[in-house]
Design a protein around this ligand. Sequence first.
Ligand SMILES: Nc1ncnc2c1ncn2[C@@H]1O[C@H](COP(=O)(O)OP(=O)(O)OP(=O)(O)O)[C@@H](O)[C@H]1O
Ligand SMILES: [Mg+2]
Length: 135
Amino acid sequence: MIRLNNITLTFPDGDSRVTAVDHVTLAAHPGTVTGITGPSGSGKSSLLAVAATLIRPDSGQVLIDDINTTGLTAGEATKMRRDKIGIVFQQSNLVPSLTALEQLSVMNELGARHSRRNRRAAAERAGALLASIHR
Ligand SMILES: Nc1ncnc2c1ncn2[C@@H]1O[C@H](COP(=O)(O)OP(=O)(O)OP(=O)(O)O)[C@@H](O)[C@H]1O
Ligand SMILES: [Mg+2]
């Protein structure tokens, strides 16, 4: 469950600031899909970066499963993202020299290492994920 409460985000723009997100409030409920649409430059990526706790907003609160992330330290926010948020970036962020299985294993292993799950479980999970989309 993601709740955005009156979020405003600005960026420096020369001597002034540009408002990327202007007092946005929304709730994304479990089991549902929420789409954000709008013209280029309307603030979609900025809003998603705030919702994913990658950027701290100028004002407003981001609640993930009722945890108010505004008060989290950087370390706590990293942990929360690891456990609760999956991000598919617009750029693929893949490593060109790796196979699909290796890419998945690496990502899983990174997560597994941080959450102290073993590497074999990560490799098995990578295989299962690939098998689930293989036709
Ligand atoms: N890192 C940044 N520094 C300065 N200004 C930024 C930065 N990121 C976004 N902006 C500005 O914030 C506003 C919103 O941009 P954003 O990238 O969130 O829009 P968008 O809806 O995702 O656009 P697109 O459809 O092109 O992806 C724009 O005016 C943009 O120029
Ligand atoms: Mg964008």
